[in-house]
Design a protein around this ligand. Structure first.
Ligand SMILES: *Cc1c(COP(=O)(O)O)cnc(C)c1O
Length: 462
């Protein structure tokens, strides 16, 4: 299996190379050269299997000869062993035709654990074999950093440095980054905003001497291996509700478009998905694009669903690549126009996007009202991101087609918003009930590239 770039001008890579590289050298994102197909019979045979077995069968065709079957089985088993629910991704019924897929039973209580836990094990297996070490550096506004630290803690071939804006992540998120005791994970509180943290990470990747000296690697949401890990739960949930013998639809709270793009891949592999619905908060560039054909960033307005606060949506480039008939040159040109302020999607590409995706936008007031209403009607406490999904899904219900809304984070990760809307304080699950008592380990650091690089160099070479 070979991987090609959405901008058509980077080397073709194997799965392992694409995973370790992340971003392509032409600035594009990697995608498989062809999308593997699963037959009606293959899909029917997934019903009733464990999450791990579904994961193996769905992902196996994408990894080529990177790992043997035994190695890959073992990698998957280790990735999901730390989840607090035996089903890994349980379904809860919200209404006659509406189901919630709870993706928050992983170690850091958000769906990002599904991809990050797997990528941690994939990195470790690939690096041990080659005798190499890498240094993972990332910026976070909360969930990605905690998921990365949760996934890479204690691994032998990897050091992890996560930059987060000092004083600007929730207490649960900060504690998930600062309380792991393993020596290879480092939470760095930078004096500044998330954009400062992200800019310093980009600076480090562009500083080639430093990059090579410490073996810098990235695991942000454009990494293909992360998208692939998320394809699995679409098959798992759909077959639990009767696919492939009937169609199902999904609604996905969306920011960088990684999670919903995984659903699109599942559909292209043969899973009978009727509608894929993009749910956004007030940062609605995706909803505006899908309804008006204009992709124009207009800044980020902080919301009560902070993990969806994005100005541009990095994985949307993959959807555009498909909608433009895999024309890398056209995508490179659109991305140049984006730097100048935005672009208009062509008529043909819009038709392809509309065939694949519906969308909806939810205000702050509606988000809170959905938490209130859903708790009153079903007893389910939603995090604000999941509430956005539920609100949009309710507007897209179709008789006879089960709707599955992805619940992307545990309500206890956003206790203030959930309590204000529902009157209920969402308790932490038992496996992390003592989070507030554990000692913290944080390095405060100036928003200064030299200081950050010196610290990383000292800690990785000693
Ligand atoms: C990351 C995140 C999202 C958005 O997912 P994308 O793949 O970026 O679209 C939604 N909800 C929560 C809780 C998240 O952490």
């Amino acid at each position: 299996m070979k991987y090609i770039s959405t901008r058509g001008a980077a080397p073709v890579l194997s799965f392992e190379e694409a995973m370790l590289t992340g971003l392509a050298r032409d600035g594009g994102l990697y995608l498989p050269e062809t999308i593997p197909q699963m037959s009606h019979g293959d899909i029917a045979a997934l019903a009733g299997q464990s999450y791990e077995e579904v994961a193996f069968r769905v992902m196996r065709p994408f990894i080529g000869d990177a790992f043997t079957d035994d190695e890959f089985h073992e990698i998957i088993a280790r990735a999901y062993a730390g989840f607090a629910h035996d089903a890994r991704a349980p379904l809860v019924q919200l209404g006659p035709n509406h189901h919630l897929l709870e993706l928050f039973h992983g170690p850091t209580l958000a769906f990002k654990d599904f991809a990050m836990q797997l990528i941690g094990q994939l990195f470790e297996a690939a690096l041990k074999r080659s005798g190499k070490r890498v240094c993972i550096v990332g910026a976070t506004s909360g969930d990605t950093g905690s998921a990365a630290i949760g996934a890479f803690r204690g691994l032998e071939a990897v050091d992890v440095f996560i930059l987060y804006p000092h004083g600007r992540v929730s207490e649960v998120q900060r504690r998930q980054m600062s309380t792991p005791t393993e020596a290879n994970v480092h939470a760095l509180a930078i004096d500044g905003y998330f954009d400062d943290a992200q800019a310093r990470v980009k600076d480090m990747f562009n500083h080639f001497e430093f990059r090579d000296a410490v073996g810098l690697a990235g695991v942000n949401s454009i990494n293909w291996a992360r998208v692939l890990a998320q394809v699995v739960y679409y098959f798992y949930a759909a077959t639990a509700l009767g696919a492939p013998h009937r169609k199902v639809s999904f609604t996905v709270p969306t920011g960088n478009f990684g999670d919903i793009f995984a659903g699109y891949i599942a559909k292209r592999m043969g899973l009978p998905i009727d509608r894929l619905v993009v749910a956004t908060n007030q940062n609605d560039i995706l909803h505006r694009c899908l309804t008006q054909a204009e992709y124009t960033p207009n800044g980020v307005k902080p919301s009560i669903s902070p993990s969806m606060d994005i100005g541009v949506s990095s994985n949307f480039e993959r959807a555009l690549f498909e909608a433009y008939g895999r024309d890398g040159r056209a995508i490179a040109q659109l991305m140049d126009e984006l730097k100048e302020g935005g672009f208009t999607v062509s008529q043909g590409a819009m038709q392809a996007l509309r065939e694949a995706f519906d969308s909806g936008r939810v205000s702050e007031e509606e988000t809170s009202a959905t938490i209130t209403r859903t708790f009153a009607q079903t007893g389910e406490l939603l995090c604000p991101h999941s509430a956005i999904g539920v609100q949009v899904a309710e507007a897209h219900l179709t008789p006879g087609v089960p709707m599955i809304t992805l619940a992307t984070a545990h309500p206890a990760k956003f206790p203030a918003t959930v309590e204000a809307a529902s009157g209920q304080h969402p308790p932490l699950p038992s496996h992390m009930a003592d989070l507030y008592e554990r000692p913290e380990r944080i390095t405060r650091i100036a928003n200064d590239l030299g200081a950050i690089e010196t610290l990383i160099t000292e800690r990785t070479t000693s």
